[in-house]
Design a protein around this ligand. Structure first.
Ligand code: SAH
Ligand code: SF4
Length: 344
């Protein structure tokens, strides 16, 4: 199959065009056609010479995803089911909120991390998404919006562990945040990770710009490694130490996500311990009451338990937000996306 131009950053596209013996600025023109005008054929790139368009169409292609279904939740969020070229399926969730429209996208078909409480993790990893497939979720959803709506925020919190697909994800982040690409401010793009320490450090070393969210989900190494097997490899202590040392831009904070699961990590002692272990990290905490999943033996705590947990964090001076997942009635909430293959 021909290479997909949507797998390339501007720099890579420049190198590709140079290989044709063409001027570098042609790459910028092509990026504009892809991400500003959002065309799907070379034919439409009318400021390129016909000869170049023909040559491009012999050497490269412009991918898109096939939208199979859209489901709308009672709460207004929407789940999009896309089919990949090899028949794999991915889901993206569009979440309207006060003053913004957030799209939650997937980075892998399935996930290899095997967190016990997560439906995506249960099925294992089918494969990484390409850069083009990650970006095409955004383009595919945007295409169906009415003239007034615009996606304002992107969260990499759908299926998969973004940092386990480092190269493709960081390329996609570059295109999302480049003016010549989707032109989103990096403050509006959040990557959520299970806590892969080397890749977290590498993000900063590579100068990749995005906001970082880290799924903590426990206040002790014992409970965390029970819930999230990756914690055996990258222990809680080391993860927190890494977070303390990351060279965050001024005023930037890490978001710690903490899924509250009844009887597992939701006690007052957990809350108090959490306030101690995250000391010294510039952070805020998002509390996510567990979304129950078929076949998984975990439950959501009562609202009283959730509010008490939140109050303990706030009393210690932390910003702690309650994040009610959206789209539960259409299985679009956190942890409810599945990496199915068509027909299964
Ligand atoms: N792999 C990344 C991003 C995808 S998961 C990560 O783990 O961070 C996005 C968030 O959903 C994570 O914080 C995860 O802990 C949470 N999550 C997974 N299953 C959930 C469930 N059943 N209910 C609520 N949150 C869940
Ligand atoms: Fe993968 Fe995140 Fe689910 Fe864990 S919570 S299995 S890392 S998608």
């Amino acid at each position: 199959m021909l290479p997909d131009l949507k797998n390339l950053t501007l720099e890579e596209l420049e190198a590709f065009i140079a290989g044709f013996g063409k001027e570098r600025y042609r790459a910028r023109q092509i990026m504009k056609w892809l991400y500003h005008h959002r065309v799907s054929t070379f034919e439409e790139m009318t400021d390129l010479a016909k000869e170049l368009r023909t040559r491009l169409s012999r050497k490269a292609r412009i991918s898109s995803l096939k939208l199979l279904a859209v489901q709308t939740s009672r709460d207004g969020s929407k789940k999009y089911l896309f089919e990949l070229e090899d028949g794999g399926l991915v889901e993206s969730v569009l979440i309207p909120e006060e003053g913004r429209l957030t799209l939650c996208i997937s980075t892998q078909v399935g996930c290899a991390m095997g967190c016990r409480f997560c439906l995506t993790g249960k099925g294992g990893l089918a494969r990484d998404l390409t850069t083009g497939e990650i970006l095409n979720q955004i383009l595919g959803v945007a295409q169906g919006l009415n003239g007034k709506e615009r996606i304002t925020n992107i969260v990499l919190m759908g299926m998969g562990e973004p940092l386990a697909n480092y190269e493709n994800v960081t390329r996609a982040l570059k295109v999302m945040t480049a003016d010549i690409g989707l032109g989103l401010s990096y403050r509006r793009v959040t990557l959520s990770t299970v806590g892969l320490i080397p890749q977290m450090k590498r993000l900063f070393k590579d100068g990749v710009r995005c906001r970082l969210a880290v799924s903590l989900n426990a206040s002790t190494q014992k409970v965390r490694s029970y819930l999230m097997p990756i914690s055996k490899k990258y222990p809680l202590q080391s993860l927190l130490e890494t977070c303390r040392r990351l060279p965050l831009p001024p005023r930037e904070r890490i978001t710690f996500e903490y899924v509250l699961i009844r009887g597992i990590n939701d006690s007052e002692t957990d809350a108090q311990r959490l306030t101690r272990i995250i000391k010294g990290v510039r952070c805020k905490v998002n509390l996510i009451p567990y979304n129950e999943c078929p076949d998984l033996p975990f439950n959501r705590p009562t609202i009283q338990t959730v509010l008490l947990f939140q109050r303990i964090l706030i009393e210690e001076g932390y910003t702690a937000l309650l994040r009610e997942s959206r789209g539960e009635d259409i299985s679009a909430a956190c942890g409810q996306l599945r990496g199915r293959i068509k027909g299964s």
